[in-house]
Write a protein that binds this ligand. Sequence first.
Ligand SMILES: O=C(O)C(=O)C[C@]1(C(=O)O)C=C[C@@H](O)C=C1
Length: 347
Amino acid sequence: MTDISSLRSEIDKVDEQILSLLSLRFKLVKEVGKLKRKDGKPLTDKSREEEVVEKWVARSRSLGIPESFIRSILPLFFSYSKMLELNPDEKRRVVIIGYGGMSRSLTSLLSLVGHEVVITGRNLSKASSLASEFRAVTMKMNEAIKWGEIIIITIPPDPIESGFIDETFPMMKEKTVMDITSSKARVFTYLERKSIEHSFRFVSTHPLFGPFLFPVGEKIAIMRSRTSGDIDDLVSFWSKAGLSPVLTDPETHEKAMSIVQVLVHFYMMGMDESIREASSIMGINPNLFETTNFREISKSLERVRSLSSVILEIQSNNPYAEEIREISINALKKVHEELLSDKKMNR
Ligand SMILES: O=C(O)C(=O)C[C@]1(C(=O)O)C=C[C@@H](O)C=C1
């Protein structure tokens, strides 16, 4: 009988082959990228992606590999391929203030695309451990700001508004400064005022994705301020980094976020709470009976739980939050009543 360790060494050999082939695939993809850039073609070719998926699914069927497995790994291939095909014409000196999840996500993208990225903040050892994960470096806050052309503030709205980085604003003179907060209500006005006082160019952004690596293909909301002037350069900066810019203004952004974030998170917090309560009342562990839908929803609930501080921050900062939660409760009541009256009719 073959023992586990000899089987594992066979697996290691197969893994080695998979990796060599993957590396070859990525090299070919980079060549495709060069041709696409030369011809001015878009990176995404949906019909080619569909063709690749069909080929893989057909082949995997004959090999007995589940279709769902193929369909879940191929989007990762395409997204990573597109990232390798990116190549900005112009390297920019980008400074990221802060070292949290969103800083990590943006650093992964901007450094891979070829920009020079410096991470800074009060705690340089945290900044440097993040920088070492990518092609990025650390500098003290004042040195970094002096060096950079584009400054991205990734710290949360409360510290921004309580003056945590106020001392750095005079050094930002004539630089381009962006924030990435999810709620623009107060931060926007604050930074716009500072940009007028200290003569820097302020453009507000909101990356519309969570703190994950290489977010190629995701959206970023971009909002002009009174000091931003023409923002074509920044729209191109973000598109060349693989994101899709959505041009908007703070008011529209807050209204949109009241639906996309406040409403959705509110329902999910309620769902999480009711699943816990119902499980305890029924004396049941629902995970033992999970359906596909339940599993997918549980994953989303888990994500919402892990981002709870940001989610609560949005619930408290969005100016439409109360109105939206009211609308949500009324909608739920309406569904409840409709279900009750349907039941009566069916009797
Ligand atoms: O064939 C291309 O056009 C590629 O860029 C390669 C590739 C792939 O990974 O197979 C990646 C992105 C495109 O949307 C389609 C296919």
